[in-house]
Ligand binder design. Structure first.
Ligand code: AHR
Length: 553
């Protein structure tokens, strides 16, 4: 590949030199073609070569851990237009809505089977006071973290739970540890979950919901080492013990089965500061008493490059594409590093590593409010999403939940809106393609991924995972990172009598292709027909594509 890139410019100059004598030109062309031919034979020049063949093998009898559906979780913070305009338009809006929640967004999210939504933040959560968001008269407050704008509190507890009900997802609430109190958090949980006729429960009924709500997950603080209050690990640990003790879920339906899982603040990177954080929390967990417990440790890791984020989300080329994908693959090491620490104190893997903020974080779109974290979403983001989901699936024993940041109009979004307009991003389509992997069983793959080289960046050419769904059907997700070359995949399938296969592939004209309001179908999945014969599945992956295939037996 290196030869290919150094050669091409000089060949180009030969061909266009205007005053060259014809015979000299012809001779030069002949020499160049001969040289290229030799290189092709030697396998060192790729662009003109036939598609590379990647062999992989899958043995269905070697099933691994469950790929928890909750790794496909979403995140909706009161930030920019993530909640207001993205979800909430109010019942009087001309945008079609149900009780103030936009119908187009609900329909789109239902189609990707969102398992859970984290709310109300993020940094916002540590300044959120839930009482401001209930009842007929809402306090108007500020959102100091995100642009200092007015927070109308129009979308509060009931509206958020209604939204979840409409899309069929579970609640992942973050309680306020930074500026709140254990009492405030405990009362929120009582308000939400008790079936007893307490004053708080009567208030809930008066506000329209007599039955207790179910709360799937509870985050105890957010980034308490930074925007959540700049706490040391020991200081946070003391808060965690108190909150974990008193923030109870009273819902009778959640006492044994469907228990609410409590998630502690965890690391935000791989440096000693973060490994120490994981050590402190997990060591304390190992020696915990009956009076407190956790089920998950959160981890935040964005793909950004320099800080503040400088990569552009639009108008970039192969260099930025390959650089950014290299950065995102560091997620694997980060998960491994913190999993190893967790293994020391929790070898049975009772505590999940919850990657509840991940995704691409670029420079804000020029002209947008920098506090609103507005960015475009391109084919590069689709590839990035697939690579991260594959990493989580490979760590399925420990990573049992993850939340991409964020669901609508903020950072690596599924959906972009502008007033009544809505567009589904390339990332949305990855979540749609991957829906069959929710609660499937991981099946290991043996594969030599090959390499894709651009300048000084070397990446795997392909990345793949396999899984078995509840009906015993085999699913493969294969990403071709190479933006220039297609790849022939030859998959040997053991432990299954494969009869036929079908699939869909997601790609677009360029690495920075986007779906816009005007052209919403630039990067959308299209059907493919893989070939199955004699226990082998073959298919051709387009350059820069994400493909999901199901195999019938
Ligand atoms: O997702 C945006 C912000 O990133 C969140 O509010 C915070 O938790 C993180 O730093």
């Amino acid at each position: 590949m290196f030869f290919a890139y150094t050669l091409r410019p000089s060949l180009g100059r030969e061909f266009v030199r205007p005053c060259m004598v014809l015979t000299h030109t012809a001779a030069a062309v002949f020499r160049a073609l001969l040289f290229i031919f030799i290189l092709i034979l030697a396998g060192t020049i790729a662009p003109f070569a036939a598609a590379q063949t990647i062999k992989l093998s899958v043995d269905m009898s070697k099933a691994g851990a469950k790929i928890d559906r909750n790794i496909f979780g979403q995140f909706a913070e009161h930030l920019g237009h993530g909640v207001y305009e993205g979800i909430w338009v109010g019942p009087d809006s001309t945008i079609p809505n149900t009780r103030g929640i936009r119908n187009d967004v609900v329909a789109a999210l239902k189609a990707i089977h969102v398992p859970n939504v984290r709310w109300p933040g993020g940094c916002f959560a540590d300044e959120y006071h839930w009482r401001n968001g209930i009842g007929s008269s809402r306090a108007v407050t500020l959102n100091p973290n995100w642009g200092g704008v007015i927070e109308p509190n129009s979308l509060g507890t009931h509206e958020f739970m209604d939204f979840l009900d409409q899309i069929g997802a579970q609640a992942y609430l973050s309680v306020n540890v930074g500026t709140g109190t254990p009492r405030e958090a405990a009362e929120w949980l009582e308000y939400l979950t008790t079936a007893q006729p307490t004053t708080l429960a009567k208030g809930r009924a008066a506000n329209g919901h007599a039955d207790p709500y179910k709360i799937g997950f509870l985050g105890i603080g957010n980034e308490s080492w930074d925007c959540g209050g700049n706490m040391t690990p020991d200081y946070y640990l003391n808060q965690l013990r108190i909150y974990s003790r008193f923030v109870r879920n009273f819902n009778p339906a959640q006492q044994d089965k469907q228990r609410m899982l409590k998630i502690a603040v965890g690391p935000g990177g791989g440096e000693p500061r973060w490994t120490e954080w994981t050590e402190v929390i997990m060591k304390a967990y190992q020696h915990r008493s009956w009076s407190w417990d956790i089920d998950g440790l959160s981890m935040h890791s964005y793909t950004t490059g320099p800080w503040p984020p400088a990569f552009s989300s639009t108008n970039f080329g192969e260099t930025e594409y390959s650089q950014f994908l290299k950065l995102t693959l560091a997620m694997d090491d980060l998960v491994s590093k913190h999993s190893a620490i967790m293994d020391k104190y929790d070898p049975e893997k009772k505590v999940a590593l919850v990657v509840d903020e991940w995704g691409a974080w670029y420079a804000p779109v020029p002209g947008s409010n920098p506090g609103f974290l507005v960015q475009q979403n391109s084919l590069r983001d689709a590839i990035l999403a697939a690579l991260n989901l594959n990493i989580f699936a490979r760590h399925a024993e420990r990573v049992r939940m993850a939340n991409i940041a964020q669901m609508i109009n903020v950072l690596q979004a599924m959906i972009l809106t502008d007033k009544e307009k809505m567009v589904l991003t390339p990332t949305y389509y990855v979540f749609k393609l991957y829906a069959p992997f929710q609660d499937s069983t991981f099946v290991p793959i043996a594969l030599d991924p090959g390499t894709y080289v651009h300048g000084d960046i070397t990446l795997p050419r392909v990345d793949a995972i396999a899984a078995k769904d509840a009906n015993g059907k085999l699913w493969l997700a294969i990403t071709n990172l190479d933006p220039n070359q297609s790849v022939e995949v030859e998959a040997s399938l053991a432990g299954i009598t494969a009869k036929s296969a079908s699939g869909e592939t997601l790609t677009g004209p360029k690495v920075d292709s986007i779906n816009s309001f005007e052209a919403p179908s630039t990067v959308v999945p299209k059907a493919i027909s893989p070939n199955v014969q004699g226990g082998k599945l073959t298919l051709k992956l387009e350059p820069k594509s994400v493909t999901v295939v199901s195999v019938e037996q």
